[in-house]
Design a protein around this ligand. Sequence first.
Ligand code: B1M
Length: 216
Amino acid sequence: MASELLLQIRECVVKGDQATTLHFVQQALDSGLGPMQIIEEGLTPGMHVVGDKFSCGEYFIPHLVMAARAMQAGMKAVEPELKKRQQAVKGAGTAVIGTVHGDIHEIGKSLVGVMLSANGFEVHDLGVNVPVESFVAKVQETGAGLVGLSSLLTTTMVVQRQVIQAFEAAGIRDRVKIMVGGAPVKQGWANEIGADGYAEDATGAVELAKTLAQAG
Ligand code: B1M
């Protein structure tokens, strides 16, 4: 039953059907499935199928847009449950996150943001296509100790390096911990550009953020 529901959620994302995605996500929640299981075993695998279909020329941009809307509808439904279940630690720290300039992929970045805030971080989500200087300005304004940079395109990964360089140029690199992520990003890239950490997924991002916040 559970695996059938997760399969249906996946299929609805692949079809880009918002209403039905929402319906099955709600049914999954009602039947006691956990929010992370719904995200990781239903919604996200659906997006991977969509990505594969796009790669092989079966899907085009409108399919990606519709699938993203379906996934976002599902995410909205699981968000309250996600927040309820997380163990919020008061005063975990302040984080500034965003998808770097030139890149408009928002779902993974938003998931990281929701998970961080569910775990007690005060999150300033700058959105997508964020100019390099905006990260620096927001840190100066809020005093945030953590910066999260998301990048889904191989062509925009370099902007993560530019953001780190901008913090150096502003003379405040030692005041922030910078973590990077996104599908094409790997630990080796994080090392190469001098980031403080890399996480593969949203759960890993929360663990990393907690570790970096403690390291202060
Ligand atoms: Co685009 N896209 N897209 N896309 N898109 C990818 C990324 C792609 C892999 C598809 C493919 O070819 N198979 C490919 C990139 C290839 C590459 O460079 N390696 C691609 C391309 C090429 C493009 C365009 C260039 C297409 C074009 O115009 N010709 C274009 C670029 C636009 C731009 O940004 N300038 C484009 C556009 C779009 C849409 C706008 C249509 C849409 C996004 C809509 C939206 O976000 N509102 C879209 C979508 C939906 C995708 C796929 C299908 C799905 C992305 C997604 O939401 N995944 C994607 C294929 C794929 O990923 N398999 C694809 C679900 C999400 C939960 O996962 O974002 O990976 P993800 O986030 C994960 C982890 O990566 C990690 O945690 C998250 C949760 O586990 N993570 C972090 C993410 N950020 C993190 C930050 C951290 C830590 C972890 O710390 C700070």
